[in-house]
Design a protein around this ligand. Sequence first.
Ligand code: KG4
Ligand code: ZN
Length: 342
Amino acid sequence: MIILGFESSCDETGVALVCTERGLLSHALHTQVAMHASYGGVVPELASRDHIRRVVPLTRSVLDQAGLTLADIGAVAYTAGPGLAGALLVGASVAQSVAWSLGLAAIPIHHLEGHLLSPRLADPCPEFPFVALLVSGGHTQLMRVDEVGQYALLGETLDDAAGEAFDKTAKLLGLGYPGGPALAQLAEQGDHRAFDLPRPMLHSQNLDFSFSGLKTAVLTRLRDALSQPVPSASLKQDLAAATQAAIVDVLVAKSIAALKQTGLRRLVVAGGVGANRRLREQLAGRMRPLRGEAFFPPLALCTDNGAMIAFAAAQRVSRGLADLSPGAHGFNVYPRWDLAQI
Ligand code: KG4
Ligand code: ZN
């Protein structure tokens, strides 16, 4: 069965076609980064309006790429939450309208379920069960995943998400929005040992995180350094590298602790921060002696996209976990939605 999926929870409009037998057929994405950049962050009303503008051309594009028409679709899927209410409503309305007009079901998908199953789009595909590290702009969670739909929360951030820590520090360093990728790029030229930043909750006896103190520590170091008669020429590079190293150290240590606690060997990393090169390298290095394996989504599918939503629906459909009768799921979006509750 072919599933048409829509993602519109934040600042990316994503549409994709996934076949339950053949996998990903096509996907198309429009990112609103340039539009929001001058405001220093996502403006929800602008995001909603832009999703409306983009969603139909992107849908045409995925059908053209795959050489298919709407008549070939067997079900529609959309991100029902969590996310910005207005932005979610655009994807939900379009998905429900397409489904209604074709007499199909519109399957609501949890955005984080999309992220955590997306590494299964890659080759090799991680088998269940595994530990998932979800690291996005809004979430930092460790989950135990036993099967599609069976998710248990092991630990999460008590305040800022890892992506938020990247973004806020980047803003302090004047790197603009969204700062994560820019900070990671700048960090490549810096020495992470030049600043000794805190590793929050590294030695706590649980799997929770806290990143909100990090930006204050960076701000203090930045002010101190700038008050010196001759600030180091590589100040920003070094601070970027030290921040990245601090965030990555905590993410890696807690992921390893989660594997030890659950006795599992497979770690799946998903969400925008999963694109971070240092995180990928450090995790791969720490997994080797444990004879564990780390899995990542294809780089292009780390950040928000429609493929992960259509793919999550496909996996639900393949296991009989999605009601395919038209109108079965009603019409709703959930701006706040706990993954462990689905
Ligand atoms: O999953 P995602 O696209 O959107 C949310 O659902 O939040 O994640 C976006 C987050 C942003 O905070 C962004 O700065 C971060 O992922 N990010 C990165 C990198 N690429 C994206 N952080 C660190 N290194 C990267 N290479
Ligand atoms: Zn996301």
